[in-house]
Every structure is written in C-alpha cells, then in structure tokens.
Design a protein around this ligand. Structure first.
Ligand code: UDP
Ligand code: MG
Length: 313
C-alpha cells in the first residue's frame, strides 16, 4: 500500500472545486477500499492567491473530510510555484505524490496506473496525453510543435507531458535540491533522474471556468522554460553571426572582383536590405542575451519561490 498525496494548484477555481473534490473523494474511497493507497492519504489544494472564494471552499472541505488539506500562498505566484509549494508540504509526509490540475482535464482514472507503476519500482511516472483528438488543429499543431521545438533547442522534456505526474519520495527530495527561481518543472524533473516510465491518458476538456493560460501567457511560459533550461539559443546566435561574417567576406571578394573587372554594381537596394537585416539580427541577439542576463539577475537575488501563509494539515 502506498501513502499517496495529490497536489492541486488552484487559482480562482471556485467553479470547479466542488466537482473536483467530489470526484476525487469517490476515487480515493475506491482506492482505499481495494487497498491501493493507505487511509491517511491526502489531497492538498494549494490556493495560489485567488481572489474569489477558493480558499473558503478549501477550508470547508478540510473541515468536512480529513482527506482534504489546504495550503494558502501569501499571493499569486503562478502555477509552477504553487505546485512546488504543495510538493513542499507533501515532502517527507508520503511515499508518493501526484500533481494535477484543478479543472479535471487530467483523467483521474489514471491514478491507479500511476500507483501501479510506482509500486513496480518507478520513482517518476509521467502522465502523457494520448492523441489530441478533442483539440482544434491550431491547438494541436502549436502544442506538439512546442515539445519538438523545446527538444530541438536543448531542453529535455517529455513529449506531450504537462504537469500530471507521480514523484516518489526520493525523486521529491531530489527535486528540492534544485534551487532555481525560474521554475519549469517539466524540464527539471527529467534532470532529477531515477527510474521513470510513462502512463498514457486522455485529456478532457476543462470542466468549468476558463483557462488561466491564454496564448500570450503560454508563449511566455514556453520561452521562460527554454531560457531557464538551455543556452542553445545563445550558441545559435553565435553560429548565425559567424555565417553572416562569412557571407560578408564572400560579398567583399565578389565586389572587388566586379570592381576590377569594370562592372561595379551600383544601387542602394542591396545596401539598405543588409542594413535592416543586420540591424534586426543585432537586436534579436541583444534581446536574447538580455533575457539570459535577466534570468541570472533573478537567480542571484535568491528570492523565495513562494510564501506559505497557512497550511491546513
Ligand atoms: N493555476 C495556478 N496559478 C496561476 C494560474 C493557474 O495555480 O497563476 C492553476 C489552475 O488553477 C489550474 C492549473 O494551474 O489548476 C492549470 O491552469 P489552467 O487549467 O487554467 O491551464 P490550461 O489547462 O488551460 O493550460
Ligand atoms: Mg486546464
């Protein structure tokens, strides 16, 4: 039997919490009955500084059933930090912990298989979503492109795996050895190591409420993940720069030859084009380097990643 904790970050999720907690409670009753998990297993809802009555609901759930715990952050810190705060509460108190979203998009019937794999000796179990049948073509292409692009750029992440995963207590301890402030958990967990495996599940639509990740936030999340895991973009810029220098040498030789052979090319078109091209390239390069400098700046500050205001065990 496994003492299982579930960590669920919640930001303004009052619309879904009742249903989520109801379904999870049923699930746990079943798991406890067939002796998969112990009866002191827990579900920790992390309130990520919501401004609706999410925390009141969590308090109420905690009062009614001791299956539910609550962790309140002092303010909104974003999904990744909220998740980490919840994992911190679970650390040392359980055999394994599963992280999932509040909106029932992650199929809770996969929990059985997660625990099964853990009991076989896997410290890390990644939830990988099956084919994105329900998503629009746009969402599918951008999302799958994201995973491919990230891997190409040197950030090792698992294809189609988000934050639905199980961590054994050893992997959890390992994760807290990483002190970075720029958190991108799905890129960090593979770095922790240990024996891992995958569990496939169907991702549902959001049960209620709306996504807290609009496209703009998603793009910045992707770039954040990339620049906190990999320095390949900087290297690529250096390569690109070298190629440009090479091209300019070739053009120099070409223009010298045409000058001496008497048919010098006139015209400012090529000139103006290259000014813009090189100017643009410079700006991109400075921007990317600036992004990394910014990351270093934040890391050296060593700001806390979250502050727990209250923990209802
Ligand atoms: N979330 C959070 N803090 C935030 C934004 C989101 O804790 O600042 C939580 C949210 O409550 C949900 C999970 O992160 O449980 C995933 O968010 P959402 O479902 O909106 O993202 P999507 O599934 O659309 O990518
Ligand atoms: Mg969601």
């Amino acid at each position: 039997m496994t003492k299982l904790f579930i960590v669920i970050p919640c930001y303004n999720e009052s619309e879904v919490l009742f249903e989520t907690s109801k379904r999870l409670k049923e699930k746990f009753q079943e798991l406890i009955k067939n002796q998969t998990v112990t009866d002191d297993s827990k579900i920790i809802f992390v309130d990520d500084g919501s401004n609706d009555n999410t925390w009141q609901i969590i308090e109420q759930l905690h009062k009614e059933y001791n299956l539910f715990s609550g962790c309140k952050l002092s303010r909104n810190r974003g999904h990744q930090n909220a998740l980490l705060a919840g994992l911190f509460c679970a650390k040392g108190n359980c055999d394994a912990v599963i992280s999932m979203d509040a909106d029932l998009q992650d199929d809770i019937n996969a929990i059985d298989r997660f625990v099964e794999e853990y009991e076989k000796g896997y410290e890390v179990v990644y939830g990988v979503r099956n084919k994105r049948k329900k998503d629009s073509a746009f969402k599918r292409i951008t999302a799958e492109g994201f995973y491919k692009f990230m891997n190409f750029m040197g950030a090792e992440i698992i294809f189609n795996h988000a934050d639905y995963r199980l961590l054994g207590s050893k992997a959890l301890e390992g994760l807290f050895e990483f002190n970075e402030v720029n958190l991108f958990l799905r890129g960090l967990v593979p770095l922790v190591g240990y024996k891992s495996t995958k569990v496939y599940y169907d991702r549902n639509e959001r049960f209620a409420g709306e996504s807290k990740y609009p496209l703009k936030k998603m793009l910045s999340f992707a770039f954040d993940g990339l620049s906190s895991l990999s320095i390949k973009p900087i290297k690529m810029i250096i390569h690109l720069g070298s190629i440009f220098v090479l091209i300019s040498v070739i053009i120099l030789i070409y223009s010298l030859i045409s000058y001496f052979s008497g048919n010098a090319t006139s015209g400012w078109t090529s000139l103006i084009v290259s000014i813009w091209a090189i100017g643009g390239l410079n700006l991109i390069a400075i921007g990317i380097i600036g992004e990394y400098v910014g990351k270093v700046f934040l890391e050296t500050k060593r700001r806390p990643r979250y502050i727990i205001e209250e923990y209802l065990k």
